[in-house]
Design a binder for this molecule. Sequence first.
Ligand SMILES: Cc1cc2nc3c(=O)[nH]c(=O)nc-3n(C[C@H](O)[C@H](O)[C@H](O)COP(=O)(O)O)c2cc1C
Ligand code: SF4
Length: 700
Amino acid sequence: MDDGSAATAGRRLRDPRYDILFEPVRIGPVTARNRFYQVPHCNGGGYRDPSAAAEMRRVKSEGGWGVIFTEQVEIHHSSEITPFIELRIWDDEDLPALAKMADAMHSHGALAGIELAYSGANGPNLYTREVPLAPSHTPILTFTSDPVQARAMDKQDIRNLRHWHRLAYRRAKRAGYDILCLYGAHGFGIIQHFLSPRTNQRGDEYGGSLENRARLLRELISDARDEVGDSCAIAVRLSLDELAGDAGFSNSQLRDLVAMHADLPDLWDFAHGTWEACSGTSRFKPEAAQEDLIRGLKQLTSKPVVGVGRFTSPDQMVRQVRQGLMDFIGAARPSIADPFLPRKIDEGRIEDIRECIGCNICVTGDMTMSLSRCTQNSSFMEEWRKGWHPERIRPKQSDARVLVVGAGPAGLSAAHKLGLRGYEVALAEATAELGGRVSRESRLPGLNAWARVRDYRQGQIARMANVGVYRDSRLSADDILGFGFSHVAIATGARWRRDGVARHNLLPIAIDPAMPVFTPDDIMAGKLPAGVVAVYDDDHYYMGSVIAELLISKGCKVIFLTPSSRAAEWSFNTLEQAAIQARLLEAGADVRVTRGLASVESGAVTARCTYTGRLERLACDAVVMVTARLPEDGLYLALTERREEWAGHGIQSVKVIGDANAPAAIAWATYAGHRYAEELDAEAMGDALPFRREIARLKD
Ligand SMILES: Cc1cc2nc3c(=O)[nH]c(=O)nc-3n(C[C@H](O)[C@H](O)[C@H](O)COP(=O)(O)O)c2cc1C
Ligand code: SF4
């Protein structure tokens, strides 16, 4: 395979400003080669796709991370948070998969970490059907409000829990892990449930005072030392603030705990108290958002400290270390978006960093129990399944010249990867600006970071002599036939519908032409309504709420209508739904849920209750339809109609990709572009699956 990265063009010198990030750091009995610490993150693979997950971690080892962690690994069958997407260390049968992952982490010199989790009050045990155990009788606190309660643990249960941890420590060591981390952050993990007065209402020596609530933590760490001796480091991942005031495990209680147990573990890993707060999107959380909560903690201990904050800027990382906020730069999403982030800083290739955009599409894999995707790194979780790599791609198989029409996320991604393969590529864009929808959307409130999708690819392409970019070049079928390219990729994007069609209305609704109707395309083009505006969101992702925010900031009064029972329902999967609805309400939007749009009249809309069908007339001056989209596939269709002319003009293939094929989120478009480039000149696969998979081994 050809290393298409700039690394092959000659290793450049690291900027000495960043030397501090490459200092080795000791963690108990082991030493990390640098300060880059990939904190635990799930990937939708879990125990069902172990080789895919292992290969994903191998790429991070190659990319230079000092420490690489698993996702949460359930230690015992009496506690599982979801049926499929975590790893397990229930018995020896789990060890081959875990050992494969540890080997992959070690492959290029990283330390291998395993996060040991007992989900307790967060584990409904839907697969194992065991009765969940927790410090006190509590309903199961999952996202899905499962109709299950956890039973309060008695003393024997606590002894059992310690024993199960001992088994897990032994097995983790046998599987080859260097760091064992106990999980008690994000509201997940029984350690947090014991530490928090909200979930620990015990009257015995494990409840009440902070010292008592920390007893289990002390015992588990002491048992771990007993089991693994000096062979593995023992870390603990704790919540910075449960966000429930003093009723919960607050930041001040954490400070007291660390002061009381300063040198108990070999490493303290701090992460926010709810997952939504910790993995906040760029729309709601800036880089380094947890700084105030972590400041001062390192001064309470002599042990190394890890913190997180969607760190993609090396200058920001250096500041975190120099100001004594943390010893290790913890990263989940930045490591997903760019597994080679440490190596690029080391090699002085800052401009090659593919920065996370903070969209949380990666989280949606977890939330929907499917393999995770990444908007920026389309090879994420395809490293083993398809053999894709975030930096390398196989060289071109022919001297074919390729025309890519449209420089949105799909077109840019295709041109970039084709360029890496060595093809001669022309990227034609109808407008003066590259980026398509990501450029337009990045100008909407809170979506500024979307532009990184464009900026990274535009920057890479600009340095490729074999990729030509042609702006203001709206092409016709005649133009394309006349050019004589061997392959043509049509990536002309999509447009928002104006006729009310989406999920609630599969057919167009009655619209009085006297009523001004806008689409997100109009708004992004600067055409704004005024007065009272009904924003109808049957898209259910970010666009409706972002437009509502924009219109309110421009002085409109917004009635936000959605057929769903929550605003921006799908953004629950990106951990944003609650923040979006709160922002709409606080901004003064009149949020009306379970309301489909029945018709649009002059001066009013008629909404239909999705449960009762009851109609309600709402006076307004304009409507914004955030509904379905239609592919901009006119050029593609015109070319396919003239298929018999292709050969005469030297054209071997014309394909439509991304939103022009079928509109979806941006991650689907970057993936489509990457796929197009990977598959160009590849052997036809016939009926074979286009990816590898692992299927269950049958037992008697
Ligand atoms: C897709 C995804 C899965 C995650 N899964 C876990 C997990 O299994 N265990 C854990 O402790 N944290 C998990 N996290 C939280 C991260 O470890 C991290 O604390 C958080 O994302 C903030 O760091 P970042 O800004 O570098 O992403 C996950 C985060 C993401 C984005
Ligand atoms: S999916 Fe989005 S948030 Fe997640 S790593 Fe990729 S760019 Fe970052």
